[in-house]
Write a protein that binds this ligand. Structure first.
Ligand SMILES: NC(=O)c1ccc[n+]([C@@H]2O[C@H](COP(=O)([O-])OP(=O)(O)OC[C@H]3O[C@@H](n4cnc5c(N)ncnc54)[C@H](O)[C@@H]3O)[C@@H](O)[C@H]2O)c1
Length: 355
């Protein structure tokens, strides 16, 4: 594995290895780009099979954060941290305090919070060692469960994509297929039902389906492998990444794909295939930026109204991205990346001005 080559190719600034013997901590921190400000990115805890897999993941995820931060207009860069271990078995007070100590070393150049495998309980512990953690509960000055604002932003994103595709953002009477009825999916269904959309949902966990069925009995439930081919206006992925792949791509019967899951396109070429089929793909790193917006707001002293106003503008960001894509005859994902690259260039240049 040629780590420096990988970093150079994708433009990473730092990759830091952290080891602490007593707690058993093995953690990586990748900082991709700090042109716009300190790097922001969650902490994933995962039992990777190999060191190479962990390094590849942290580098890929940290680059994604540069684009998510950049697209939302926040003055933060992109980074990611990762604890190599089993979140069900390997957590302890010592582990998260050791992790907090190592995060403190960055002195604010990198700030982290929850991601897959970590919860705010872990960061209440880490916070004893560092102030540079966010995504905390309200009683600790945070914004609480970030899935709620992520679902709100996703709903705004679906409306923007419908505006582009159907000429109206009114979702009443539209059919939306929701894959994943977890923390984000549940609150997204709530927004959709409240606006009068017809929802078809699926999940692999019965308890999550039961909660949706009990609170929104009008939701039609299908089996997990059936969701791709249901007749619908919008397909909303809120479970896993890479669901737009060679196996599924011919199954979709929707006009729009917009959801909260990260990295929905298995490969970037799948975005072009969707466009050729007349399916509008809303860039996931913009649609699902609500959580990042909340954490960025938290770091300035959390104000719920301000955070929701900002998350609401996910709609406007997407409209701008769709306009650029149409004018330049490129797919929206490329337009979004272009927009962030331009912002990195112009704002980066301004911040170099001597004052
Ligand atoms: N929570 C946030 O603030 C946030 C922010 C940005 C992006 N995301 C992304 O959004 C997605 C959902 O996040 P979440 O916080 O709701 O996670 P979650 O784990 O609470 O929910 C995911 C749901 O998907 C279900 N699922 C898994 N595999 C499935 C399959 N094959 N078919 C159908 N359902 C399946 C799970 O059972 C679970 O209910 C994830 O990809 C996450 O990375 C979340």
């Amino acid at each position: 594995m040629k780590i420096f080559e990988m970093m150079e190719k994708e433009g990473h600034e730092q990759l830091v290895f952290n080891q602490e013997k007593i707690s058993g901590l093995k953690a990586l921190v990748a900082i991709h780009d700090t042109t716009l400000g300190p790097a922001l990115g969650g902490c994933r805890m995962w039992n990777y099979d190999t060191e190479e897999e962990a390094i590849t993941d942290v580098l890929r995820l940290s680059k994604g954060m540069t684009y998510k931060s950049g697209a939302t207009g926040t003055d933060y860069g992109g980074g990611k941290s990762l604890i190599w271990g089993d979140p069900q078995k390997d957590k302890s007070e010592a582990l998260f305090r050791a992790f907090g100590r190592y995060i403190d070393v960055f002195k604010g150049r990198f700030m982290t919070g929850t991601d897959v495998g970590t919860t705010f309980h872990d960061f209440i512990i880490a916070r004893k060692e560092t102030q540079y953690v966010g995504a905390l509960p309200e009683e600790y000055g945070g914004g609480g469960n970030s899935s709620i604002i992520t679902a709100f932003g996703t709903w705004r994103g679906i409306k923007a994509a419908c505006k582009e595709s159907f000429g109206t953002d009114d979702l009443s009477g539209r059919t939306v297929a929701v894959q994943g009825l977890g923390k984000v999916g549940y609150f997204l269904v709530k927004h959709l039902i409240e606006e009068g959309a017809k929802v078809i949902g699926t999940d692999i966990v019965d308890a999550h389906i039961d909660k949706v069925k009990s609170d929104f009995p009008q939701v039609e439930i299908v089996k997990p492998d059936e969701i791709y081919s249901v007749e619908c206006d919008v397909f909303s992925p809120n479970a896993l990444g890479a669901i737009v792949n060679d196996e599924n791509i011919d199954k979709f019967k929707c006009k729009v794909i917009a959801g909260a899951a990260n990295n929905q396109l298995a490969e970037s070429r799948h975005g072009k295939v969707l466009a050729d089929k007349g399916i509008l793909f809303a860039p996931d790193f913009v649609v699902n930026a609500g959580g990042l917006i909340q954490v960025a707001d938290e770091l300035e002293g959390y104000n719920k109204g301000r955070a929701y106003n900002k998350a609401s503008t996910i709609y406007d960001m997407l409209i701008q991205i769709f306009d650029i894509a149409r004018e330049e005859n490129i797919i929206p994902n490329e337009a979004a990346v272009k927009l962030v690259d331009q912002r990195l260039e112009t704002i980066g240049r301004i911040s170099r001005t001597y004052k």
